[in-house]
Design a protein around this ligand. Structure first.
Ligand code: SAM
Ligand code: SF4
Length: 323
């Protein structure tokens, strides 16, 4: 579908749960108030929304959460989605902790790619960020995914403030001998992320240019998102930057987001959207709801003008949106 600003909307992030087994400081810090216990959509309900989205021309689905692998039946559901007419690719984003034990089922389901969130290769630092000692299972998941030749991306958010850009080089080095993408996502002022805003990816790219003089922009597209990629001589993988703050990519934004409770968000930054739950409950026209949400998609996000945006600003933490 084409929106009012001429953008093709062909990608939907679908959260299947608000629950998570980690407590990342910028997403759902330890001790933060628990989310209201809303009922998530059932798998058949989510499938209905995805079928309607496919009928509107959306072709790519990313399963997210919370931690999607915590919800029983995730892989089987992905298998169902893969059979849906019009859906070309289904991928998953996960913190990686439970991935190894689900890999076979995900492969059997036909998963097209996996993103693993990993913010540091330093065990203590990662524990400080996620509140759990998880480096080992996450590295195991990375290695097992590589063995199975899964299209793999490692997503790192480098928390700002005092420990700015710590550990970026070790993360980049993951792409030296392995055919994976290491992507740096700029912290966004959503929920608890506001407290961790730091320098953006511009600074990081300067560091990379100084460290790897042969680094070059990669014109190939590696996925359906706004990441900009670079190659480094001698590396099997590549490095990507997702720079919502320093390089506003709204003019090419192709996505909408479905929360676990069935709220369809046209933009991460604003709280507006269309609640599809009543439509699901009454057997109404889901396509109409999806078209309405796409029609509401704003020209750009509001992260650099939070004061003016005021009441319209998204207040939910990222765990409840899906990233
Ligand atoms: N639990 C899964 C995971 O960690 O990949 C999926 C959900 S998580 C909300 C999706 C992504 O959002 C993660 O890569 C996480 O680092 C990122 N994220 C969370 N809060 C963020 C923020 N304030 N700014 C930028 N990215 C954020
Ligand atoms: Fe959980 Fe992912 Fe949020 Fe971390 S970023 S608390 S793993 S949902």
């Amino acid at each position: 579908m084409i929106d009012q600003y001429g953008r093709t909307i062909d990608y939907m992030r679908v959260s299947i749960t608000n629950r998570c087994n980690l407590r990342c400081v910028y997403c759902m810090p330890p001790g933060s108030p628990t989310l209201p216990a809303g009922e998530p959509l059932s798998y058949p309900e989510i499938l209905s929304v995805c079928e309607a989205a496919a009928a509107c021309g959306l072709r790519f689905i990313k399963i997210t959460g919370g931690e999607p692998l915590l919800r029983a039946g995730c892989s089987a559901f992905i298998g169902e989605l893969k059979k849906t007419a019009g859906i070309e690719k289904v991928t998953l984003t996960t913190n990686g902790v439970l991935l190894t034990k689900h890999l076979d089922a995900l492969l059997e389901a036909g998963i097209d790619g996996v993103n693993i969130s990993l913010d540091s290769l330093n065990r203590e630092r990662l524990k400080g960020i996620t509140s759990f000692d998880v480096l080992e299972p996450v590295m195991e998941a990375i290695n097992e995914s590589l063995k199975q030749h899964i299209n793999l991306k490692i997503n790192a958010v480098l928390a700002g403030a005092d420990q700015e850009m710590v550990g970026w080089k070790e993360l980049v080095e993951l792409a030296r001998d392995a055919p994976l993408s290491v992507r740096f996502i700029e912290m966004m002022p959503i929920g608890y992320g506001k407290q961790f805003m730091g320098s953006g990816n511009d600074l990081l790219l300067d560091y990379l240019r100084a460290e790897y003089p042969g680094i070059k922009g990669d014109t190939l597209r590696h996925g359906q998102g706004p990441a900009v990629y670079y190659t480094i001589p001698g590396f099997k993988g590549n490095v990507g930057f997702i720079s919502a703050m320093s390089s506003r990519f709204c003019s090419v934004c192709n996505r909408i987001r479905l929360t676990a409770e069935g709220f369809l968000k046209p933009c991460l930054c604003y709280k507006e959207g269309i609640d599809l739950k009543p439509t699901l409950q009454t057997g109404g026209d889901l396509r109409r709801g999806i078209e309405q949400a796409i029609a509401m998609k704003p020209y750009s996000h509001c992260f650099d003008d939070l004061q003016t945006t005021g009441e319209r600003l998204e207040q939910e933490p990222m765990i409840a949106i899906g990233g």
